[in-house]
Design a protein around this ligand. Structure first.
Ligand code: HEM
Length: 208
């Protein structure tokens, strides 16, 4: 290694990264095709999956792909997302978080409290989307449910999708905002500087 090259730490293995991007690509296809079905003003988005009929056929199957892929991702990362008392303190110091005064915050481990909370928002939304999605999957399952349950499930499906989309917008914004994070999920590595600045406790533990 040359002297001027930064030292790197592995943050995500190739398997974790493929798992994440399969989830992310399915999410984008589902969000766009779901919006097309949600309101006529967005029906031009039917083109994403090849028209109205293909959208109705493919959307639920892609939903299953996203759920299974997310389930594997969530099982891999579950133990990194337990909230502790430092996380409560981090949330109380939101002013310091937003103004980049990271030196005043409690020492952050692998993920900060915002990432952990968002993780559990994703888990709840994905479970609700799966359960309500099965009820409104006309082709195979809707015949087993009453119209009231189907209507309620459509509402739950739309609300969970809305919350998840807002959550993922925040997730992408944060990934772009914290320079070096995208590289963690594309190449798998972060610099020592990135780790020390944003996740000092994880940095200390990783270089032991
Ligand atoms: C579509 C564009 C997306 C981008 C650009 C993106 C980017 C990233 C990046 C850069 C990280 C690493 C953050 C870090 O190590 O500190 C990450 C982690 C993660 N992402 Fe995404 N992501 C996207 C979509 C999604 C979707 C759709 C899901 C799930 C529904 C998701 C779930 C996760 C999870 C679970 C983690 C690990 C964080 C944790 O366990 O708390 N991502 N993402």
């Amino acid at each position: 290694m040359k002297d001027d090259e930064p030292q790197l730490i592995e943050r995500y293995t190739p398997n974790e990264r493929s798992n994440h991007w399969i989830t992310a690509i399915s999410f984008i296809l589902l969000a766009l095709s779901g919006l097309a079905m949600f309101h006529p003003a967005m029906s031009w988005l039917y083109a994403v999956l090849g028209g109205g009929q293909w959208t109705r056929i493919l959307h639920p199957f892609i939903g299953i792909v996203m759920f299974v892929s997310f389930l594997l991702l969530a099982l891999r990362f579950w133990h990194h997302n337990y909230l502790d008392k430092d996380d409560i303190q981090w949330m109380k110091q939101m002013g310091d978080v937003l103004n980049n005064r990271e030196d005043r915050l409690p020492e952050i481990g692998r993920y900060n409290a915002g990432q952990k909370l968002l993780f559990f928002v994703m888990v709840v939304c994905l479970v609700l989307l799966l359960l309500s999605g099965i009820v409104i999957w006309r082709r195979y399952f809707s015949i087993y449910f009453s119209i009231e349950i189907i209507r309620l499930s459509s509402l739950v499906h739309a609300i969970a999708a809305f919350v998840l989309m807002c959550g993922i917008i925040v997730h992408i914004y944060a990934a772009l905002w914290v320079k070096g994070s995208i590289g963690a999920m594309t190449r798998g590595y972060v610099t020592w500087g990135w780790a020390r600045k944003h996740h000092p406790r994880w940095f200390r533990e990783s270089i032991k």
